[in-house]
Design a protein around this ligand. Structure first.
Ligand SMILES: Nc1ncnc2c1ncn2[C@@H]1O[C@H](COP(=O)(O)OP(=O)(O)OP(=O)(O)O)[C@@H](O)[C@H]1O
Ligand SMILES: [K+]
Ligand SMILES: [Mg+2]
Length: 701
């Protein structure tokens, strides 16, 4: 006994999870490496094949080449017009090069974070020996990489679970810290909707299980996660594509403006040179947002991942920002969800022990947490109901019938379930319900509890009070959602009174009681038909269709494989309220993008006033030179140095996102226009002036 205990302890200090946490720490302290790698990757991204995907930055890239050629031969496209053309063109070319490189660097930094995460995940994916079960029950040892969908395997305390699967036999505790970072072991058992799925790379720490493999090699959950965090599957979102197109069109418009300038300048006798035109073009096109656009998107997915939620696409994260309606389960999402039997309320002259006996008989085959807790409470009251187990048959609970029970020998039927369901059942057997039933049912419901009626054949014995508690703090979260303009709907299989009590206590906007699984889908469809974008969470198999129908479906990691496949996000901590955080991240992503676009375009005013006087310098239009910069060369270089430096300066904001408050889209828009629009107009005037003074002191121009 002692020996076993020490053996078990001896294994503890060195479980995989420990190794992994160290790796995580290493990954976070090795920021220096992350930046070094990003610097290198920023050069790799200069490849034109890659660079052309970002039209705005590609224009700068082309400008770099042309100004480089003009450095070698300033008279390549006609006589050079400015002072020291070779030095000027060389400096210009260098600044343009760094503009492109900074944009690449920004993207590489965002991608690098994902790569570090993927490296940590790969550690959990080492090859192990799996014990495969043949049809005749014999066990053979095979490599974990050879396991296919449908294989059955056996694992015992200490083993690593070799691949994703569903528990088909046994109860055991599993250390899932390798994927969730949570050290408390989780109970896994067969039959239960929420606790039967296991993930490859986690470790079983007690007892034994038989698992049916659900994925072919290389298609497991961790494989998918690695691909996702590495950004391999990141496709541009519709909003991002729309903005890219808009930025490209804007660039084209500026290009047309710039090409027509020489004619105008000629007219006022102020000829302009090619490098100045390139400088003006680069200054005017939206390089700041163009350079940071994909960084913002990657960072959004990354931020979701830091919440321990895996998004299957950037599209999903972004869609979160547009969500108008949030559909939530009551039990386990809004309430704690471990609904336990608190009390039996006998009616119609039945005694406490009578209702306990029938409740016990109706629960012996019920594997749900509710069923088990009813049996436990009945046993506390020394319930007895003698019958031959071999001749009895369990009637499983389903969300559709909303009841469960046991078919006893001799044709007797013990049932428990939602009061309306039991009323219907008893009526179909020529029984009656009584006002006493309604009184008991109302009493439980008014407490926010779930009442279950108990019956044997056509006789109702009373009501079971299943107690459930609204999660602490949930009210504030719904309040925050309301401020963001998100409408919340609680869906529950429970009755109207319970539903309204819980809805009021939690502060949701709306509720639907006595909902069947089909109702979930129809609610989502109805909202969508009204032009709303809908998000929902769920865990059970019967949630899968609704998860697929919703614009954003977040499955719990403890949920079934079906639910996880259907969803576009999986929450590793299985905390349904996290959807609220994800919505905030999505909104923040959209706002960050909007803020930086506003800032980028507002910047143009200062850059315009810095460069335009240079073009009309010979015309002596002094009124244009409002910034009073030292020389034409210094004016152009200052504007472009600012234009380049603002990209790395904005990387932290792109990665972290702008400060977010729960406000409606309109309020946020107004706030942002004020901060980033006004700031975007003023900041460059000051910065360009300072750079001009600095390069005059240094003597660059
Ligand atoms: N094990 C059970 N046996 C019999 N009846 C049950 C059992 N579990 C729940 N019920 C009844 O069936 C109803 C519907 O259950 P269901 O799980 O669909 O919804 P819910 O848990 O109340 O709400 P939610 O949709 O928020 O999870 C419950 O409100 C309860 O009255
Ligand atoms: K620009
Ligand atoms: Mg439920």
């Amino acid at each position: 006994m002692n020996q076993v205990a020490t053996n078990f302890k001896a294994r503890r200090p060195n479980p995989r999870s420990g190794d992994r946490r160290q790796t995580r720490k290493k990954a976070s302290t090795s920021n220096k490496w992350l930046y070094l790698r990003a610097m290198r990757d920023a050069f790799v991204k200069l490849n034109p094949k890659y660079a052309i995907k970002n039209p705005v930055i590609f224009v700068v890239w082309v400008g770099t080449i042309i100004t480089l050629l003009l450095t070698i031969d300033p008279n390549l496209f006609g006589p050079a017009l400015q002072k020291n053309p070779q030095v000027f063109n060389g400096l210009l070319s260098g600044i343009l090069f760094f503009t492109v490189w900074f944009a690449n660097f920004a993207e590489a930094v965002a991608q690098g974070r994902g790569k570090a995460q993927a490296d940590a995940l790969r550690l959990t994916k080492s090859e192990t020996i799996a014990k495969k079960l043949a049809a005749d029950g014999t066990i053979s040892e095979v490599s974990s990489t050879s396991l296919k969908q449908g294989d059955n395997i056996y694992v015992i305390a200490g083993d690593m679970i070799p691949a994703d699967g569903e528990v088909i036999m046994g109860v055991a505790s599993v250390d899932e810290s390798a994927i969730t970072g949570e050290s408390a072991p989780v109970l896994k058992e067969s039959g239960s909707d929420v606790a039967s799925s296991v993930t490859g790379g986690t470790r079983i720490i007690s007892d034994e299980l038989i698992i049916r493999i659900t994925n072919d090699p290389g298609k497991g959950f961790i494989d998918r996660m690695i691909a996702l965090v590495e950004g391999a599957e990141r496709s541009k979102t519709p909003n991002e594509i729309a903005l890219t197109v808009l930025l490209a069109v804007l660039s084209l418009v500026f290009l047309l403006v710039v090409v027509t300038l020489p004619a105008l300048a000629y007219y006022v006798n102020s000829p302009v040179s090619i490098p100045i035109l390139i400088a003006l073009l680069v200054a005017l096109i939206p390089t700041t947002i163009g350079g940071l656009l994909s960084t913002i998107g990657i960072a959004g997915m990354d931020r979701v991942a830091q919440f321990n939620v895996i998004a299957t696409s950037g599209r999903a994260v972004e869609a979160c920002g547009d969500i108008n309606t949030l559909v939530l389960d009551k039990t386990g999402t809004i309430t704690l969800g471990n609904r336990l039997a608190e009390e039996f309320i006998p009616i119609n002259g039945h005694s406490m022990s009578e209702i306990a006996n029938v409740a016990w008989a109706a629960s012996v085959f019920d594997n749900t947490p509710e069923g088990k807790s009813i049996a436990r409470l009945a046993e506390k009251l020394v319930a007895r109901f003698d019958f031959d187990f071999n001749q009895a048959e369990g009637v499983d609970f389903s969300a559709k019938t909303r009841m469960s029970g046991t078919n006893l020998p001799g044709g007797h039927e013990a049932r428990k379930g939602a009061v309306e369901a039991i009323k219907g059942f008893v009526r179909s057997r020529n029984g009656r319900d009584t006002p006493e039933l309604d009184a008991a049912y109302e009493r439980v419901s008014r407490l926010g509890g779930t009442p279950l009626a108990v019956s044997l054949d056509n006789e109702i014995y009373g009501v079971i009070y299943l107690k459930d508690i609204v999660k602490p703090g949930i009210r504030d979260r719904f309040l925050a959602l309301r401020r963001m303009g998100v409408h919340t709907i609680m869906l529950t299989g429970d009755n109207r009174i319970t539903a309204s009590v819980i809805a009021k206590e939690a502060g949701v906007d709306d509720f639907i009681a006595e909902a069947t699984p089909e109702d979930k889908i129809s609610v989502i469809k109805k909202e969508q038909a009204a032009g709303k974008l809908v998000a929902m969470t769920g865990d059970g198999t019967n949630d899968a269709p609704a998860l697929a129908q919703a614009n954003v479906g977040v499955a719990m990691n403890t949920g079934t494989q079906a639910a996880k496949e259907a969803a576009n996000m999986v929450d590793l901590d299985s905390d349904p309220t996290k959807l609220i955080d994800i919505i905030s991240i999505g909104k923040q992503l959209l706002i960050t993008r909007g803020a930086l676009t506003t800032f980028s375009i507002a910047n143009d005013i200062a850059k315009y006033f810095a460069i335009i006087p240079v073009i009309f310098v010979a015309a002596n239009l002094q009124s244009l030179n409002i910034m009073n910069l030292t020389s034409p060369n210094s004016a152009v270089l200052s504007a472009l140095i600012y234009n380049a430096l603002i990209i790395p300066a904005m990387i932290p904001l792109a990665l972290k996102g702008v400060r977010f408050r729960p406000l409606t889209a309109n309020q946020l828009l107004q706030r942002n226009i004020l901060i980033y629009g006004l700031g975007g107009v003023i900041a460059p005037f000051i910065a360009i002036k300072l750079i001009d003074i600095l390069i005059t002191i240094v003597g660059l121009a």
